[in-house]
Design a protein around this ligand. Structure first.
Ligand code: GLY
Ligand code: MN
Ligand code: MN
Length: 451
C-alpha cells in the first residue's frame, strides 16, 4: 500500500452512497438486511497451500482489501450504521490485518479473538425474524445444494443485479483510487518500455514492470501479459520467456495497477527500432489514431455495442488503407473480415474487478442485454452513462488460426503482407476511460502525463 487510507469527505460520501444503494437494493429484493461476507481461505487439492485470499468485491467496495481476512463480514441494514465484524485471532503464523480506524466515523467496527466469537455475535446482531440476504462466495457452493429457506437468501439475483448495475458509475472516491491505480500502472509501463528498448526478454521486462510499479505479483489486478513477437497474437499470453527466442520485433504489454482494491488495465504495443520495422510501426500509429477517434466519439446515450461496431468499421478502413485487404473497407466490414483480425470486444467495465460486473444488464432489475450474435466476446453492451469507467482497447492481430479459414475461402486479403506481419503478433492499445457528461477523462493518458 502506498499510503495508509485516511478519512476524507470523498470517502464519507462514498460510504453514504453505498448505504443508500444497498438500502434501495434490499427494498427492491425484499430483504431487511444483508451480510456481505469476505469469503474463506481455500486450499489446493490435498495440500496445505492455497491461492492468495481475495476478499469478495462487494465487500472491498466498502473496506479496502488490506483490512480483510477470511471470515470478515459487514452487516448492512436500513436506517442503521453498517456493522463490520473482523476476526483478529492471536496468530504467530501470519500477520493479522490492522483495524480500519479511519472508517470508524461511518461504520461500527467489532473485532473478535476467534471465529466462534464472531459467529456468535453475528447470530444475535439482527432482530428475530429479520430477512437477511448473504452476499459472498460461500453462497455459491451452498446454493448448489438445492433451494430452501437458507439458500434462497444466498446471493439473491434481484439484489446482485441491482448492485451490479449501479456499480458501473463510480463515486468521486472510487475515481480518486482509480487515478492512483492508473499511475501505478503507468510507472510500470514506462519501465517496461525502456527494458524492451534495451533488448531485454519478456521475463526481465515483467520484473522491470513489477519493480517500477512497486507491486508484487499478488498485488497485480491480473497476471501481466508480456508478449514479444508472435506471442502478441495470444490474447491472454501467460508466460514470460527468460531469454530472447530470436531478434525482438515487437512488444505487447497488457499490465495494470491495483490501489485499495481498484484496478487499472493498460496495454501498449511497441515496434523494435530500425527501418525494417517501419510497416509494423506505421500500423501501431494507425491503431493509435483509430483508438483516439473511438475515444473522441464517446457520447452519453449511445450504447457501447454501437461503439464496438464502429471499432470494426474503423478497423476495416485501417485494413484497406494499409493494404492488408484487397477489397474496399465497406466489403471488409460487411464480409466480417475484421473479426478475424480482432476477435475480442472493444472493452469492458472496470473497477473493483478488471472485467467489472454488470456489463450485460439492461437495467437494475436484471433484464439482460446479451452481446450481438456477431460479437459474442463483447463484455459490455449497455448504454453509456456519465460516471462509468470502461476500457477502450482496439486490437489488430495476425493469428494464423483465425486467418486460415479466410485463406481457404479465398478472402480478399493481402497474404504477402499478412505473412510478413505474423512474426510481430499483433497490436492492442488500451486506455481506461471515465465518461463525463460531455466528453471523457482518459485516466490512462492523464496518468502517463503526470509521471
Ligand atoms: N487485461 C485483460 C483485458 O484487457 O481485458
Ligand atoms: Mn481490458
Ligand atoms: Mn488489458
Amino acid at each position: 500500500m502506498l499510503t495508509e487510507p485516511t478519512f476524507t469527505a470523498e470517502l464519507a460520501e462514498h460510504l453514504q452512497h453505498l448505504q443508500d444503494t444497498w438500502q434501495r437494493g434490499l427494498t427492491a429484493s425484499g430483504f431487511d438486511a444483508a451480510w456481505i461476507e469476505a469469503g474463506e481461505d481455500l486450499l489446493h487439492f490435498r495440500d496445505d497451500q492455497g491461492p492468495l485470499f481475495k476478499a469478495n468485491a462487494y465487500l472491498t467496495q466498502w473496506v479496502p482489501p488490506a483490512y480483510l481476512s477470511a471470515g470478515a463480514r459487514l452487516l448492512v441494514q436500513a436506517d442503521a450504521r453498517p456493522q463490520l465484524f473482523l476476526p483478529r485471532p492471536e496468530d504467530y503464523w501470519h500477520s493479522v490485518p490492522s483495524v480500519p480506524e479511519h472508517l470508524g466515523n461511518m461504520l461500527d467496527v467489532h473485532t473478535f479473538a476467534s471465529m466462534a466469537a464472531l459467529t456468535a455475535a453475528a447470530e444475535s446482531a439482527l432482530p428475530v425474524g429479520a430477512a437477511a440476504a448473504r452476499v459472498g462466495p460461500a453462497g455459491l457452493s451452498a446454493a448448489a445444494a438445492g433451494e430452501n429457506e437458507q439458500t434462497r437468501a444466498l446471493n439473491p439475483a434481484a439484489l446482485l443485479h441491482y448492485l451490479d448495475f449501479h456499480r458501473a458509475c463510480k463515486t468521486a472516491h472510487e475515481l480518486t483510487l482509480m487515478r492512483q491505480a492508473s499511475e501505478i500502472g503507468a510507472r510500470g509501463h514506462r519501465a517496461a518500455r525502456s527494458a524492451f528498448a534495451a533488448g531485454q526478454p519478456e521475463f526481465a521486462i515483467h520484473m522491470a514492470y513489477l519493480s517500477a510499479s512497486a507491486q508484487n505479483e499478488q498485488e497485480l489486478p491480473y497476471g501481466n501479459i508480456v508478449a514479444m513477437n508472435e506471442h502478441a497474437a495470444i490474447l491472454h499470453y501467460q508466460h514470460q520467456d527468460r531469454s530472447l527466442e530470436g531478434p525482438p520485433l515487437s512488444l505487447l504489454i497488457d499490465a495494470g495497477g491495483q490501489f485499495q482494491g481498484y484496478a487499472s488495465d493498460i496495454t501498449r504495443t511497441y515496434a523494435a527500432e530500425g527501418a525494417r520495422h517501419t510497416v509494423f510501426r506505421d500500423l501501431i500509429d494507425a491503431m493509435q489514431a483509430h483508438q483516439d477517434k473511438l475515444i473522441g466519439s464517446i457520447t452519453v446515450g449511445m450504447t457501447y455495442a454501437e461503439l464496438h461496431d464502429s471499432m470494426h468499421r474503423g478497423l476495416a478502413e485501417l485494413l484497406a488503407q494499409s493494404e492488408l485487404v484487397t477489397c474496399s473497407s465497406e466489403d471488409a466490414y460487411r464480409q466480417g473480415i475484421t473479426r478475424a483480425f480482432c476477435p475480442h470486444g472493444l472493452g469492458h467495465l472496470l473497477g473493483l474487478q478488471v472485467h467489472d460486473a454488470g456489463g450485460h444488464l439492461a437495467d437494475d432489475q436484471g433484464n439482460p442485454l446479451p452481446p450481438p450474435e456477431a460479437y459474442p466476446s463483447l463484455r459490455f453492451t449497455r448504454a453509456i452513462q456519465a460516471g462509468q469507467v470502461f476500457t477502450i482497447e482496439p486490437g489488430l492481430y495476425f493469428m494464423p488460426q483465425l486467418l486460415q479459414p479466410l485463406r481457404e475461402a479465398g478472402a480478399p486479403v493481402n497474404w504477402q503482407l499478412v505473412d510478413a506481419l505474423v512474426p510481430y503478433g499483433g497490436i492492442r492499445i488500451e486506455d481506461n476511460i471515465h465518461v463525463l457528461p460531455d466528453g471523457c477523462e482518459n485516466l490512462t493518458r492523464d496518468a502517463f502525463a503526470r509521471l
